[in-house]
Write a protein that binds this ligand. Structure first.
Ligand code: 5MM
Length: 325
């Protein structure tokens, strides 16, 4: 087993999953402001310390994805975040993309940036304790969208990122997110997700990415947030698994879903329903952000007196998702 394959399998096995705590400074700041917390560097650090010091987190969490700022910060005990996670038996991941920017000449589509200097940044993060990385591409469904050029540009960047990570010794989490924004149907989401994943695996093959050393982080196949359609949990599970079966090679060790704006409970139900379908060739787990930390942030609201209750809220979500596996 290669070192990359071993890390990828550790991330997705033993009923554990990945916590995405890699909100960029802008996203984290707006989430803190929404709960009445001043968005300072220190408050972002305090909030991330609350998350990673949640008791017994490692029983259900294999890895935590951090942002660059957090990677360089320390906990109150003097450890860096990657050192602290290592002591807990949780793998430290790093978001290496620099965000989704407007695609040239397009009004509604984005291209994720961050390839320049990535080889050197990967080497730095490995030195600081990272074992895996993440890059998120976003694909929009709309009138005549996504365009071929947006899909091709994004899967090209994802494949080049994955190759650079593997060369430097990091397992790439490859995240092509078909957004829930819009009024599209479940069938439209399935058609777009299928075509994005097909393009992605063609490009990963072209770039000679070792498929047994990646983790795929896709969206579940759901109806758009603005759609009147409310598919049953079993329909989402079936459509998602059918889409993955049609597109994802069996050499990929595991698939860790994003939650994408679903409620925490629904995301967990969907994950659970997929496990009860026919035997699956890959591990299916979670790599949720909002669906794990949302209730904790709402509970905490910057009040240190609510710290334990907030950690309990996070713990409940992580345990529920582990149980759903
Ligand atoms: C935690 O949020 C991640 C970083 O987002 P920004 O760079 O936009 O701040 C995000 O990539 C996240 O990992 C995925 O969207 C999955 O999170 P959800 O909330 O969709 O499960």
């Amino acid at each position: 087993m290669s070192a990359l394959n071993k890390i990828a399998r550790t991330l997705v096995s033993n009923k554990r999953g990945i916590l995405a705590a890699d909100e960029s400074i802008g996203t984290m700041s707006s989430r803190l402001e929404k709960v009445g917390v001043e968005p300072t560097e220190e408050n972002r650090r305090v909030y991330r310390e609350l998350i990673v010091t949640t008791p017994r987190l490692s029983e259900s969490t294999s890895g935590i994805i951090l942002a660059d700022e957090t990677f360089h910060q320390k906990l109150n005990n003097g450890s860096t975040f990657p050192e602290f996670l290592d002591d807990l038996g949780i793998l430290a991941g790093i978001k290496v993309d620099t965000g989704a920017k407007p695609l040239a000449g397009a009004s509604d589509e984005k291209i994720t940036e961050g390839l320049d200097g990535l080889r050197e940044r990967v080497a730095d993060y490995v030195r600081l304790g990272a074992t895996f990385a993440k890059w998120r591409a976003v694909i929009t469904i709309g009138d005549n969208l996504p365009s071929d050029r947006a899909v091709r540009a994004n899967v090209h960047a994802l494949a080049r990122y994955a190759g650079l990570c593997q060369e430097g010794g990091l397992v790439p989490i490859v995240e092509p997110e078909v957004l829930m924004d819009g009024a599209h149907s479940l069938a439209q989401c399935q058609q777009v997700t299928t075509s994005v994943l097909e393009s992605l695996f063609e490009e990963l093959d072209l770039m000679q990415v070792q498929l047994d050393g990646i983790v795929l982080k896709p969206n579940m196949v759901v109806a758009g947030a603005g759609s009147l359609e409310r598919p049953a949990v079993t329909d989402v599970a079936r459509a998602t698994v059918d889409t993955l079966r049609a597109t994802v090679p069996v050499t990929v060790p595991g698939i860790a879903f994003l939650s994408g704006g679903q409620s925490p409970e629904l995301a967990t139900q969907h994950l659970g329903a997929m496990q009860s379908l026919d035997p699956l060739p890959w591990e299916l787990t979670f790599s949720f952000g909002r669906a794990l930390v949302g209730p904790a942030l709402e509970t905490w609201r910057g009040d240190e007196g609510k710290r334990i209750a907030a950690q309990k809220a996070l713990s409940e979500r992580v345990i529920a998702n582990s149980a759903a596996r």
